[in-house]
Design a protein around this ligand. Sequence first.
Ligand SMILES: Cc1ncc(COP(=O)(O)O)c(C=O)c1O
Length: 489
Amino acid sequence: MEMEFSSRVQQKVPLSKIATNDGHGEISQYFDGWKAYDSDPYHPTRNPNGVIQMGLAENQLCFDLIQEWVLEHPEASICTAEGANNFMEIAIYQDYHGLQEFRNAVARFMEKVRGDRVRFDPNRIVMSGGATGACETLAFCLADRGDAFLVPTPYYPAYDRDLCWRTGVQLFPIICDSSNDFKVTRKSMEEAYQKAQESNIRVKGFLLNNPSNPLGTVLDREVLKEIVTFINDKNIHLISDEIYSATVFDQPDFVSISEIIEEDGVRCNRDLIHIVYSLSKDLGFPGFRVGIVYSYNDSVMSCARKMSSFGLISTQTQHFVKSILSDEKFIEKFISKSSERLAKRHSFFTGGLSQVGIGTLKSNAGLYFWMDLRKLLREPTVEAETELWRIIINEVKLNVSPGSSFHCSEPGWFRVCVANMDDECAKVALRRIHKFVLLYSKGITEPTTPKNHCRSRKLQLSLSFRRLDERMMIMSPHSPMASPLVRAT
Ligand SMILES: Cc1ncc(COP(=O)(O)O)c(C=O)c1O
């Protein structure tokens, strides 16, 4: 009897298609980079030659301000002497719509971030587990298996997981390129729509990310109006993911889709408009999983609310978030300090890179920048980009993300995250990039056969890296370098 059972349990019982497909995207290079970092993480004293994480869009620049606020407001937590009175009320079942005060505070915060130019109705706020959950909820509400959302490239890699994996919805690229700084145009939208139709794919929506990850750019009013006109002409939905709205650190200002649809002369069926938001980037709280669906469509709102049972934000978190967001004076100070510090970090890196002839896309938002290494590629292919990326991660020990993982149409672009480290670590990272550019550009000019090209360059890099290390340590990251690339540009 026992024998029979054990032979039975050893037979493989197949799992579901969702469990066994690779829709999660963990095989992509974007996640490979994280693994490389996890196995050898940089630490200033314990592992100074480890990998520096520049593949994570995390906003750590203002935690000193948050910590100060937390210490001054112990009542905001239910696990302190000052806040314990609220413990029971917060711990028991609460309305699945979310605490009213929480929704009021989030709506108010969204208005503030948009310069008080629009109003948000707290009753339209639906909770989700981060923007990740919000995107999936909207995909479930708006489209059926096999339907598609158009999305301009390059785009955030995890959209493939968030919108497609469990829903069976597809993303269909609108190809954008550097000729106009990756701006989406009516022509490129029409081409993508046409192509999808020719492939018998039903387009149900348009997925927009403004400010953009990975570009760090904001869309201007004209482009936003063009998109609104396009989706109305085609009668398809628009999801506007505005998760980076408070990371804008320079002109031009961020313009939300919510402002465009309220403008005089803009023809728009509001039932087609849905906003995704989260506190993961603007406040730097990705661990809290505070995500929001804000839909102008009553049916979508009602369905999303039913679905939100699968991704509610804990009431403890709602309670804390409500308290901190309601302190408007603090929030104003936080937003202004955060953008000041982001601007400083951004210019530290982009300015430092330009000194060694490395260009970056002009940007004014986000926790990263878009680095142009096209001239370091041995040829303009994804293979060459991957080769270069492997050198950067294995030899230079920086986990940056290659453009191909963002579905970029042009090989040679890399996203570099800069807000998840302190000033000292930033200096080390920039020093490493400087060294790399100097050595790599030198390596490229030395004759090698195509076959051993990459291997010899790698070897040369590892040896030279160590030798150059001490010299570089005493140079300021802003020292002008006699790079062959500087001379070439
Ligand atoms: C554009 C974009 N949307 C959504 C997300 C997911 O955010 P969350 O952590 O709130 O789920 C991210 C995270 O990096 C993102 O960059």
